[in-house]
Write a protein that binds this ligand. Structure first.
Ligand code: HEM
Length: 464
């Protein structure tokens, strides 16, 4: 006879996909906080509520970027090589201004041209990678070659050769899997892209003047970090989110597909996707002077301030957990708690204008070809890279085939979630410790503090 204990054990094991992943995620958060050892404050909280969140984020003294936060060692570790010249991590000053100007120049262009380029790249990648009547894909992986080609086009002003695309995608995928703690870093893979870019920069083949305050090696790392890491990763993640949202909300998908030129509604879909799934979980700043919150509370200079996007985006809305693009017909993104690209006064995203524009063009290309269907979970970090069924719009599958695939996706997602959460816990803890040991940011700033920067007498803005 089967004992009660055996039944209980069997139930516990079989139900693990339903409860274990969440517990592991919570545990990982605690391990990160503990190992990082920062006495960081996360807003909004009781001290600085949602009503004053943007005011504190925009405060002129909330302008330290990397120096003085243990958390920086971890970000530098993930963004290597060359995190010290990644725009996100440069401290305010002439070098930052020089780099930020260059990024804006490279990302600029007439809207129609940028949209057309994004549509062209999306069409050619889809036609190359999705053959046949239907395909099971991971949306983030499907989108990476699109944005690799697109950003290559902006930087070099020429079509992206297959070899360059392979290097860029390999590099960006390595960064994103390590950021999500679903795979270790492969520095040799990243170095292959560095060598390629170095050759192109040396030969003067970049179509823009690069920041004159950077050395040649730093210019290479700047291009690699800003465009072929952050640019490709962010665009692929953002597209994976919007396409997964469409795959899970068929009414919204059909409305967009029925009238693809309705920019307003597609804009609302993007706004709602960015609201619920902001790409940044937390953006941090280190205060460079005291910030007075009120007569009794001051945030002292040197504090690490963490701004939580998901928490902020969940305040000030009716039913914030519901995906409802039509809410934006009744409210304006400017007036709402909505900062998907950061705050204008404090280092906002340089691709703020470009990203929604080119995403709209890419979404239209996808929906012109396929219907999307998915039953997987949709979380902000999408560690599963957004599995989805694509079916040709002009050649639909029988309904029972789609039902079978939906069931398969749901079941596989549950079990993948289980082993992946354990992997993330193990790998994440190891990477946090490894980053602390490597101490990339700490060592860099220690060296700067020990030695005043040497200035090249011939070019006062350039380091010798
Ligand atoms: C939908 C796509 C994107 C979203 C939602 C997004 C979001 C953001 C956010 C929220 C910030 C500010 C974080 C902070 O306050 O620390 C940021 C900064 C940044 N983003 Fe984006 N981003 C996107 C696409 C891109 C692309 C395509 C690029 C480059 C080609 C890019 C490059 C950067 C850089 C360099 C910064 C740092 C800005 C600075 O510190 O001056 N982003 N992004």
């Amino acid at each position: 006879m089967v004992s009660v204990a055996k039944v209980a054990v069997a139930c516990a094991v079989l139900s693990t996909p339903y409860w274990l992943p969440n517990r592991v995620v919570a545990l990982r958060g605690k391990v990160f906080a503990r190992v990082n050892g920062d006495s960081a404050m996360t807003f909004p909280n009781d001290l600085v509520g949602a009503d004053r969140f943007e005011e504190i984020y925009s405060h002129p003294a909330a302008n330290g970027r990397s120096r003085g936060a243990g958390l920086s060692d971890l970000f530098w570790y993930w963004l290597s090589p060359g995190p010290e010249v990644h725009q996100e991590h440069l401290e305010a000053g002439p070098r930052y201004d020089d780099v930020a100007r260059c990024t804006l120049r490279i990302l600029s262009g007439p809207s129609a041209e940028l949209s057309a380029a994004a549509a062209r790249r999306t069409a050619s990648v889809l036609d190359e990678l999705v053959a046949g009547r239907a395909a099971l894909v991971r949306l983030r992986d499907l989108m990476m070659p699109v944005w690799a080609e697109f950003l290559y086009g902006l930087v070099f002003r020429e079509p992206c050769p297959p070899e360059a695309r392979r290097l860029i995608v390999g590099h960006a995928r390595d960064v994103v899997t390590s950021l999500k703690c679903t795979g270790p870093r492969h520095l040799a893979r990243r170095a292959r892209l560095t060598r390629y870019l170095e050759r192109r920069v040396r030969a003067g083949e970049v179509a823009h003047e690069l920041p004159s305050s950077l050395t040649l090696q730093e210019r290479v790392h700047y291009l690699q970090g800003t465009f072929f890491n952050t640019g490709v990763v962010q665009m692929s993640e953002a597209m994976a989110h919007v396409l997964l949202a469409l795959a899970r909300h068929h009414d919204v998908q059909e409305r967009v597909a029925a009238d693809p030129d309705d920019d307003r509604y597609l804009g609302h879909v993007l706004d709602e996707t960015f609201r619920m799934y902001p790409l940044f979980g937390i953006a941090h700043r280190i205060t460079t002077a005291d910030i007075e919150v009120d007569e009794r509370t001051t945030l002292p200079s040197g504090s690490v301030l963490c701004f939580s996007y998901p928490d902020y985006h969940a305040t000030g809305y009716a039913d914030p957990e519901v995906f409802d693009p039509s809410r934006w017909e009744r409210m304006s993104a400017r007036a709402a708690h909505h900062i998907p690209f950061g705050v204008a006064a404090n280092r906002p995203c340089p691709a703020w204008r470009l990203s929604p524009l080119v995403m709209r063009a890419a979404v239209r290309e996808v929906l012109a070809r396929f219907t999307l269907d998915s039953t997987v979970s949709h979380t902000r970090s999408i560690p599963h890279a957004a599995p989805c069924l694509l079916v040709r719009r002009d050649d639909p599958l029988p309904a029972h085939h789609v039902l079978l695939v939906r069931g398969f996706l749901r079941a596989r997602d549950r079990w993948e979630d289980l082993w992946r959460s354990l992997l993330q816990l193990g790998l994440g803890t190891w990477m946090v410790l490894d980053a602390r040991r490597a101490r990339l940011a700490g060592t860099y700033f220690d060296a700067q503090d020990a030695e005043p920067p040497q200035v090249c007498p011939a070019h006062p803005t350039r380091r010798a």
